[in-house]
Design a protein around this ligand. Sequence first.
Ligand SMILES: [Zn+2]
Length: 171
Amino acid sequence: VQAYCLFCKSKKYVYTKKHATLINWILSSFCSIILSFIVFGDLDFKSVLFLSVFIAISEVFIHLRWRISVICHECGFDPIVYLRDPEAAAQIVKKKLQRRSNDPANYLKPPLKVPIKVISDLKSERIVSIDRLTPQQKKLLRLNLAQKSNPDSKRDQQSNKREAMTPSNIS
Ligand SMILES: [Zn+2]
């Protein structure tokens, strides 16, 4: 199923299947019956053991496939880790984005739509997607990134998990 990363809005494909289904049970039963005839020469009660092994293997495979498909391949955002420990998820994303900005293969790709924390004059803080910024805000953001060391900057480029990001992270 096609989905979008909750963090950077990149497209990704997610497997909705989390566990072994009826099809897997039928296939596993079929395989264990065949294996039973090969090993015992007959339908043996011991082939139930084969069935449980086949089911266990397919269960592990399906679950791993689902688990890996949930993670964003662009920014590394992992919703399951995020639910359990937002700070840990933020660290993973930070590392992944750092690696991404160092990878020459990504130099020509369009920048990721990492959410921006907007701090207005009234000290109110908002987290918005890059798409929602006005052209003026975008200009300010570019200025802000250009002079990141300036402490007077009104807008802080941060992820929605309150980790500081360097300008290279969004390029
Ligand atoms: Zn992402």
